[in-house]
Write a protein that binds this ligand. Structure first.
Ligand SMILES: [Zn+2]
Ligand SMILES: [Zn+2]
Length: 68
């Protein structure tokens, strides 16, 4: 089975049912590329590249999206 996603930082696969972290900043969650991180440390590595003023990591569980 294909993984849910890959980490935007280290490219590690994020499996369905496992936890991942996303960025609280809206521009990181909109558009074609939605950033997802396998760990808080990968999200942390994203901060200097994104230059956020206020950002936090939001914990999520990878769940299958219903087909549209
Ligand atoms: Zn971000
Ligand atoms: Zn990662």
């Amino acid at each position: 089975m294909a993984p849910f996603a890959v980490c935007s930082m280290c490219r590690k696969p994020i499996q369905l049912g496992s936890k991942y972290w996303r960025c609280s900043v809206s521009t990181c969650n909109s558009g074609r590329i939605k950033l997802m991180f396998c760990s808080v440390s990968c999200w942390d590595a994203h901060l200097p590249t994104a230059r956020h003023r206020n950002a936090s990591a939001i914990e999520e569980v990878a769940q299958a999206q219903p087909p549209k």
